[in-house]
Write a protein that binds this ligand. Sequence first.
Ligand code: PLP
Length: 400
Amino acid sequence: MIQYGKQNISENDIQAVIDVLKSSHLTQGQAIEKFEQDLTKTCQSQYARVFSNATSALHCACLALDIQKNDSVWTSPISFVASANCALYCGAKIDFVDVDHLTGNICATALTEKLIAAKKINKLPKVLIVVHLAGHCCDMEAIYKLSKAYGFSIVEDASHAIGGTYKGKLIGSCQYSDITIFSFHPVKIITSGEGGAALTNSKSLATKLSLIRSHGVTQDPNLLTTKSEGPWYYQQILLGYNYRMTDIQAALGASQLEKLDEFVSQRNKLANRYHSLLRGSMFHPLTPYNDCLSAYHLYIVQNSYWCKNDKLRIFTQMREAGIQVHVHYIPIHLQPYYQNLGFKQGDFPNAERYYQESMTLPLHPALSEHQQNFIVKTLLELSEPGNNKTVHKTNKVTKK
Ligand SMILES: *Cc1c(COP(=O)(O)O)cnc(C)c1O
């Protein structure tokens, strides 16, 4: 099976993990500090805090921004469920902003309209979580201006986007946001097995992130509410969690980070190759803004002509041919859990249209040109009207 995404592990990565295993600290050691420092350098932010995964980092970001019961958080319906769940963990109310159906990213016009309406009924959001789908950055300048006009904080769920840029600024530099989140799950751009990070330029947010990540416990004399009782002394000053990353994971993450540029350029090279192979066909790719570099976590194509049945048939036959196509994402508001909260079909029509029309093709640094040719050839043959059955059989034979 040609996987839609997968990790790329080198001998150096393996050695970095072995070194930690032979060292004195498997967790809460120096590999964590190194990875955090390397992240701030690479992404040009002031602070970085690593987490057990991006989901826990998102949860902590909401808590650090003081999201409480009944506060309102908005995000994109086209994302992994974690982008919305993190607000619910805090007891907040979640709502969605419809996307531009050609990018799958939050639409600044839809956001403006929703803000105007929310202001009238005094229901403005406290935090907006934007998602850079596939690694293509949202229209951050416009969204940032709206955040100033309406007084909300911004979290970038950049799980897909480490290594990318927006108008010359690195994703993670938090130029247009309070906190940026990365995921280091193995299908993402770089991996630590499981892992996530929160980057910020705010010292007080960084302090809160550290506290919430580790039980709300501190030994920092500046944070203690009374004088220290001795070198053993610590205090719990808020209710935190254990959302820490291990040093084993951090060493892998730091080693992977060294290859970030290489991974992103290889992904872009393959994406450009897909573009040319698909040019003139009924499939058009999601594309980043002109002055942005996408990290290309995903290569998503859209087809505005196919009906639901075409998509199901082509998807199934692609999988049968050994190609792990995927769909990113089923709109979050259509998940049964979210429908139970009151969301329904028709609430975010562009997100629903995006979902109908989109399919993800395999993309990762080790994908070969030969595999890529096979993927496109199969996709185009299966899409030709009338002769799908024969093509399907031929593909099975070619594979074996
Ligand atoms: C992968 C992903 C997450 C969750 O990341 P984990 O590290 O698996 O918790 C959150 N949001 C988006 C957009 C993702 O792609």
